[in-house]
Design a protein around this ligand. Structure first.
Ligand code: GLA
Length: 379
């Protein structure tokens, strides 16, 4: 990309933008086995941060961020080719829906009517089923440079698709500014009462996807005093448990790995690590701090702000060396962590959990901000 500075304005591909503007461009990522082309959008700021989004699943395929010495690395797990995203079920970087996370036995009731969704995770429904939002081609509506730069993707899910009622019209808007903030906002409307829970399923490794380092040494803070323990099939029991005095307490920074092998806590055994919904402190609906994660080696810091009531913290427990990533890295347990802002798992079956219902005339909104920075070397 040729860019040159000219009296406080810069010229990008013939477009004159104000200083601080972030570059955006469309591209083509590849072709699926059935011949369909997968378009992409790439947003790049002047501080070394960039994000590549695929029309397939709205996947964040690459996210570059600088370390404390200005060295840029890709901090998300993912694949080199589009087809792998369809063939392998880890949801790397994907938009998940209609209902992210689990619904017990795939059943829920709405206005007295019983619905049966696909059971694709043992006895339960997970992430919208085998052909959820991560597996479909979205439309890239617009890609625009500016401050911030923006990519807007949309998908229309037909009435009854995946077993869910209502025609759901969804947009996913990704913006990147010059403060190294990547914002993702999901919006949806419906023509019949339905349930919605859409999130992004990026696996982060702040050391860099191409390093052989796992995330157990990352220091994490979760702004959450309670979490929802689960049964043997990872469905919440209904309890809201205090994190105090447990391996789930990240209110003060702790490394992800420090307590992950604490077998005295049943929950870590059931989840094979952390795979739990945290109840984010503060007012749901307001963008508020949900997490801060720092890699002490590289100094990269990720702060997550979220509007959702909960955040699923997943420590990459099901990565079992069966998939090979972009840099030919074999992904093993703990190679990435996910923080997925969402309503609680199985909310449609629990009246005391946040509401996942969407009525005609209402707009579902889920907003999250991923803010990247660096921290100095600890002395
Ligand atoms: C979510 C779930 C995990 C797992 C991953 C995908 O985060 O909570 O249990 O299914 O998706 O592998």
């Amino acid at each position: 990309m040729v860019s040159r500075w000219l009296l406080g304005v810069f010229v990008l591909n013939g477009v004159v933008g104000a200083a601080g503007a972030v570059d955006a461009r469309r591209g083509e990522f590849g072709t699926l086995a059935d011949g369909r082309k997968v378009e992409s959008a790439e947003l790049t700021n002047s501080r070394g941060m960039s994000v590549r989004i695929l029309a397939l699943g709205g996947v964040i395929q690459q996210l570059m961020a600088s370390d404390r010495n200005g060295k840029v690395a890709d901090v998300v797990l993912g694949y080199a080719t589009a087809q792998q995203y369809l063939d392998q079920p880890q949801y790397f970087g994907a938009t998940v829906g209609r209902y992210a996370n689990r619904i017990a036995a795939g059943k829920f009731k709405l206005d007295g009517k019983q619905y049966q969704l696909e059971t694709n995770d043992g006895p339960n429904h997970l992430h919208g089923g085998t052909r959820g939002f991560d597996k479909v081609l979205w439309k890239i509506d617009s890609v625009s440079s500016g401050s911030p730069a923006k990519a807007v993707l949309s998908y229309v899910s037909a009435d009854g698709e995946g077993g869910y009622p209502g025609k759901l019209e969804v947009t996913a808007t990704y913006t990147l500014n010059d403060k190294n903030e990547l914002a993702i906002e999901y919006r949806a409307t419906t023509d019949k009462p339905t349930i919605v829970n859409i999130t992004n399923h990026s696996y982060f490794n702040l050391a860099g996807e191409d390093t052989p380092v796992d995330v157990f040494g990352h220091r994490m803070t979760l702004f959450a005093s309670q979490y929802t323990p689960v049964n043997q099939t990872l469905i919440p029991t209904g309890e809201r448990r205090s994190v105090a005095g447990t391996a789930f307490d990240f209110r003060q920074p702790q490394t992800i790995g420090a307590r992950i092998r604490q077998g005295s806590d049943d929950q870590l055994h059931i989840g094979r690590g952390y795979d739990h919904n945290y109840i984010v402190d503060g007012e749901p609906g307001q963008l508020r701090p949900a997490a801060r994660v720092e890699d002490p080696q590289s100094g990269r810091v990720l702060e997550l702000l979220a509007s959702a009531p909960g955040v699923q913290f997943y420590s990459g427990n099901f990565l079992d060396a069966t998939s090979v990533g972009k840099s030919r890295r074999v992904y093993r347990q703990g190679d990435g962590f996910c923080l997925e802002p969402q309503v609680f798992p199985d909310s449609p079956n629990r009246s005391d959990f946040p509401n996942a219902r969407l009525n005609p005339g209402q707009t579902y909104v889920n907003t999250m901000v991923l803010r990247f920075s660096t921290a100095p070397q600890a002395s």
